[in-house]
Ligand binder design. Structure first.
Ligand code: IPE
Ligand code: IPE
Ligand code: MG
Length: 239
């Protein structure tokens, strides 16, 4: 297990069920982020990627977007010392140029402060959309080809992968989504080609270390075949 991704969903539902504001749901979700990151570090998981804000989430009401952005800014500031202490290196993927200047600044500070971390790489997917990432990667790859005087059919999957925001990271082995929804919602759509998927009915604020362990236990008994023959070698295909 090298890389686990989380689609952190259900903050709004958690809040609504308690008669609270969506903002307080996002605040409660931030607590789960803290728990999950600490647990991943304890387990020695090399890469942890959290889907925090999608390209589509920009279409939410302005007040909710603003609340999420200021929560992000505060969270980055308050969490950085703990990340440094735990040897976590912070990274970010997505169309970061769309983020408010304050968030970008907090993100840059956190990335600089944690740059020496040799433990878990924590990647925040912020203003992230898999299609947006693919388009940007394809454009860059095409520019490289053109600059080298090569034709379009010289484009390879490796060249696209190398131009994705996740270049250099292993593909996710496991993607966990909370709140009972069973879809990727534009998360790592290229990289998830052979990811194992796990759906938890808990909302993100309710998700605990034990729930994380359940997801990992479920993953550990999956048989990954990548389109090849059954690794157990017992399926003769004649039945
Ligand atoms: C996840 O919770 C947080 C973000 C997508 C930013 P939601 O806000 O999507 O919560 P629900 O889906 O409305 O319950
Ligand atoms: C996916 O959750 C995005 C994040 C977790 C950041 P959404 O709540 O935005 O996804 P949909 O709208 O239910 O597909
Ligand atoms: Mg949602």
């Amino acid at each position: 297990m090298r890389h686990v991704g989380f689609i952190m969903d259900g903050n709004g539902r958690w809040a609504r069920r308690r008669g609270k504001s969506r903002t307080s749901g996002h605040q409660a979700g931030a607590e789960t982020v803290r728990r999950v990151v600490r647990h991943a570090v304890r387990l020695g998981i090399p890469y942890l990627t959290l889907y925090a804000f999608s390209t589509e989430n920009w279409s939410r009401p302005r007040l909710e977007v603003e609340a999420l952005m200021s929560l992000m800014e505060r969270f980055l500031g308050s969490e950085t010392p703990g990340l440094v202490e735990r040897g976590v290196r912070l990274a970010a993927i997505g169309d970061l140029a769309r983020l408010p200047a304050k968030v970008l600044k907090a993100l840059d500070r956190a990335r600089d402060a944690t740059a020496g971390g040799a433990g878990t790489v924590l990647t925040l997917a912020l203003s992230y959309g898999g299609r947006d990432e693919l388009v940007r990667a394809a454009r860059r790859a095409a520019e490289c080809l053109a600059a080298a005087g090569k034709p379009p059919h010289a484009l390879t999957a490796e060249a696209i992968g190398a131009n994705l925001d996740t270049a250099g990271m292993p593909d996710p082995d496991l993607i966990v989504r909370t709140a009972g929804e069973r879809r990727l919602s534009n998360f790592l759509i290229w990289q998830a080609a052979y990811a194992e998927l796990y759906w938890s009915d808990k909302t993100w604020p309710e998700f605990t270390e034990d729930d994380f362990d359940l997801a990992l236990a479920d993953y550990s008994v999956r048989v990954r075949k990548y389109g090849g023959p059954d690794p157990a070698g017992i399926d003769t295909g004649t039945k």
